[in-house]
Write a protein that binds this ligand. Structure first.
Ligand SMILES: Nc1ncnc2c1ncn2[C@@H]1O[C@H](COP(=O)(O)OP(=O)(O)OP(=O)(O)O)[C@@H](O)[C@H]1O
Length: 231
């Protein structure tokens, strides 16, 4: 289980998170919703260790990981699919997938069969350059790359951004399949209300660095949530 407790995060003098708390459990999708610039990516950076928090605590599987590096968090099963995907354009699909190998023991350094079961298109494109894939294929590659380390926490930052509707549907099915396996906690950062609300077990709505609305999806008023993220 992930517990974010009263986290503050600054960029120099500018504050991006003002006392954010949330939980994410295995077998559940926790959706973080909010308009541009409210702090969603900053929260993701705090969880994955890409940016140090100014105060507060991050607990993962009973351990305080607040001061651990991103590398050490990844070794503890925390994987991320960053906004904009961050595919290496000049590396092949296979090489992009293998970038996760450094975190694994030598005997585990192989692409799990599951990756190609989930993303058959990637198997056909193993030798293509990452930069030659479509946006949707790159997003699938970014998710596949995160799965290489067999994560127990998967943090996805706006996976629908700039993606065609049919691929968005596929990505939604994959996220719910991963959730239903029951061994992975999923934090999904989104602006796309319908996609997020369909997948979410728990919803956290952010505004100006704070969580302003939070609850189980069935308890929340969808229209109130929508109003808080509408541009
Ligand atoms: N590296 C940085 N340096 C300074 N300020 C930053 C930096 N990254 C983000 N910010 C600021 O912090 C605030 C929160 O940004 P953040 O990227 O977390 O929001 P967001 O909700 O993810 O937005 P988006 O949906 O556009 O990705 C914004 O005011 C942003 O301008």
């Amino acid at each position: 289980m992930l517990r974010v407790e009263d986290v503050h995060l600054h960029y120099g003098a500018a504050i991006a998170l003002r006392g954010v708390s949330l939980e994410a459990c295995a077998g559940k999708v926790t959706c973080v919703l909010g308009r541009n610039g409210v702090g969603k990516t900053s929260l993701m950076r705090a969880i994955t260790g890409m940016h140090a928090v100014s105060s507060g605590k991050i607990m993962w599987e009973g351990e305080d990981i607040t001061n651990l590096s991103a590398y050490d968090r990844a070794r503890r099963g925390i994987a991320t699919v960053p906004q904009g995907r961050d595919i290496f354009p000049l590396l092949s699909v296979r090489e992009n997938l293998e970038t996760g190998f450094g975190l694994l023991k030598r005997r585990d350094r192989k692409i799990p069969d599951e990756v190609f079961e989930l993303f058959p298109v990637l198997e056909k494109m193993l030798d293509r350059r990452g930069g030659d894939l479509s946006g949707g294929q790159q997003q699938q590659l970014a998710i596949a790359r995160a799965l290489i380390i067999r994560p127990r926490l998967l943090v996805l930052d706006e996976p629908t951004e700039g993606i065609q509707p049919n691929i968005i549907k596929d990505i939604g099915s994959i996220i719910s399949m991963l959730r239903d396996r029951g061994d992975m906690a999923i934090v999904l950062v989104e602006q796309y209300f319908d996609f997020a609300f369909n997948l979410a077990d728990t919803v956290e709505v952010m505004d100006r660095g704070k969580i302003i609305l939070s609850g189980q999806v069935e308890e929340l008023d969808a229209e109130e949530v929508r109003a808080n993220i509408a541009i």
